[in-house]
Write a protein that binds this ligand. Structure first.
Ligand code: ADP
Length: 510
């Protein structure tokens, strides 16, 4: 297999671009300013479409539409069963258009078509089935309060939800945000990432076909500071949910606080440990650690980006991890069997290459990769560093690229430590937790006690034991520490989009 050939000779994606304007109040409309911005094919860096560029005025228009749809529209008052049926109809339409959507997602995002088609589109459908199931099961409680009162709680939609999403999983992020918000009866203004505006507009159209009332879902394309910030600081937006970098998350929280104190959900960066203990099958550990890091070109907020390996298996693991990375098939995401496409854009591409240089400069050992692949687009060689120390930049910062950093644990054990067999686990717990992030962690072991000890000790919103990146619709996802606030997916996500109203009535007439 020649990666260079695969990269130079690109397949034409089997899809047309149909929607490039904002979706506001049921219409596809130009930006108020008339401006557009280019969206690119990361395989070549070439422009694939010009898209309406939103700014504060477009956000104002979208928020007014969402406000009207909430205050006057049928949606929040509609029977929950009817809402559920619309979500199900939408899911059916997504299924029907899966091939085109998968092609569009891969074209705009650079991810392998097989990944989009076989894993992300089915998950998108599944997420909407899941939240359709919740729409008619959201209800309050009857509360046995003291005194002669009948007390009940009503779970009401929160209002107009502002949602800002990133570029690494455009459709899945759309579903995590839109699914629960709609199931609870909210209306929405969604701002897509500037790199990947296309698929959300397409599914916005499908929502209209599914019978979603006008103005319930508005989609604005544009940049963060000019379109995202006005949404986060809008006085008429009742809630903001954001997925992206920790730096931007702080800005969102500040904008929300300075404007109307709207509640905020944040899903931010990570530097997740993947801990390989000495007792498991090494080949499986290598494969899982490889997947945990390299999946989606390494562009996952929960990537297992610090691979801690027990010193007794370190050498064998390293040899095999390196061989696996060298075997990784990089190329045109539309070619069969390709595991890794290009990074999303030139900025991310350069950032990853800078981190690779920083790894080399800090004297980590570059085992393989380390450079660009081909001469166009944003392809990077699968890269593995060994001999990585906790204080190196590549072990501390989120690289967001195909760069595996391997660290050794269980160093300098005394005979007493060996006999008690405790020190190694404590050392790796301490090191795994020594980060400002806390999004996810992976543990690979056959020992139930080790697994239990680690899962309880790791400060992370998800711990995957002997698996990684399992993203069922029902499993909550979110971060400890600077990886975020709140949880998405599962039943937990509903709380983000509901207000609780206590209603108190005397049992006797006054
Ligand atoms: P990344 O570095 O991965 O692109 P960002 O956090 O910058 O992550 O982007 C995630 C989303 O946040 C995108 O939709 C982007 O446009 C938006 N965004 C970026 N900066 C701001 C900002 N200052 N205010 C609101 N949204 C922003």
């Amino acid at each position: 297999f020649s990666t260079a050939t695969a990269i130079e000779d690109l397949i034409t994606p089997p899809v047309q671009i149909r929607y490039t304007k904002h979706l506001i109040n049921g219409q596809f409309v130009d930006a108020a300013s008339g401006k557009t911005f280019p969206t690119y094919d990361p395989r070549s860096g070439e422009v694939i479409a010009d898209v309406a560029e939103g700014d504060a005025e477009d956000i104002n228009r979208a928020v007014s539409a969402a406000r009207k749809a909430f205050d006057e529209g049928p949606w929040p008052k509609m029977s929950p069963y009817e809402r559920s049926r619309i979500l199900l109809r939408f899911a059916d339409l997504v299924e029907k258009h899966s091939d085109e959507l998968a092609a569009l997602e891969s074209w705009n995002c650079g991810k392998p078509y097989e990944q989009s088609a076989k894993s992300e589109l089915p998950l998108l459908v599944r997420l909407f089935h899941y939240y359709a199931g919740w729409a008619d099961k959201i209800h309050g409680l009857t509360v046995p309060a003291d005194g002669e009162h009948h007390v009940q709680t009503l779970h009401e939609p929160i209002g107009v939800a502002g949602q800002i999403i990133p570029w690494n999983f455009p459709l899945i992020m759309f579903a995590w945000k839109v699914g629960p918000a709609l199931a609870c009866g909210n209306t929405i203004v969604l701002k897509t990432a500037e790199q990947t505006p296309l698929t959300a507009l397409y599914v916005g159209k499908l929502f209209q076909e599914a019978g979603l009332p006008t103005g319930v879902l508005n989609i604005v394309s544009g940049y963060g500071p000019t379109a995202g910030a006005p949404l986060a600081s809008h006085m008429d937006v009742d809630k903001i949910a954001f997925t992206g970098s920790t730096e931007t998350g702080k800005i969102i929280l500040e904008l929300a606080a300075r404007s109307n104190l709207k509640p905020v959900t944040l899903e931010l960066g990570g530097k997740s440990p993947f801990i390989v203990c000495e007792d498991g099958d090494i080949d499986k550990a290598v494969e899982l650690a490889h997947f945990a890091l390299f999946f989606n070109q390494g562009q996952c907020c929960c990537a297992g980006s610090r691979t801690f390996v027990h010193e007794r298996v370190y050498e064998e693991f390293l040899e095999k991890a390196k061989a696996r990375a060298i075997r990784r098939v990089v190329g045109d995401p539309f070619k069969k069997g390709v595991e890794q496409g290009p990074q999303i854009d030139v900025e991310q591409f350069q950032k990853v290459l800078r981190y690779i240089n920083s790894g080399i400069e800090s004297n980590a050992t570059l085992e393989c990769g380390g450079g660009r692949l081909g001469t166009k687009g944003y392809f990077i060689e699968p890269t593995v560093f060994s001999n990585v120390q906790d204080n190196m930049l590549i072990a501390k910062d989120e690289i967001f690229g195909p760069v595996q950093t391997i660290l050794k644990f269980n160093l300098n054990l005394s005979l007493r430590d060996l006999l008690l067999s405790t020190r190694d686990i404590n050392e790796v717990i301490k090191r795994a937790n020594a980060t400002r992030y806390g999004l996810a962690a992976g543990v690979f072991t056959n020992n139930i006690n080790t697994a239990n000890t680690l899962t309880r000790a790791l400060r992370a919103g998800t711990v995957w034991v002997n698996c990684f990146d399992v993203f069922d619709a029902a499993i909550p996802f979110g971060g400890y520490k600077m990886s975020g606030i709140g949880r998405e997916k599962g039943v937990y996500s509903l709380n983000n989009y509901l207000q609780v109203k206590a209603v108190v009535t005397p049992l006797k007439n006054p």
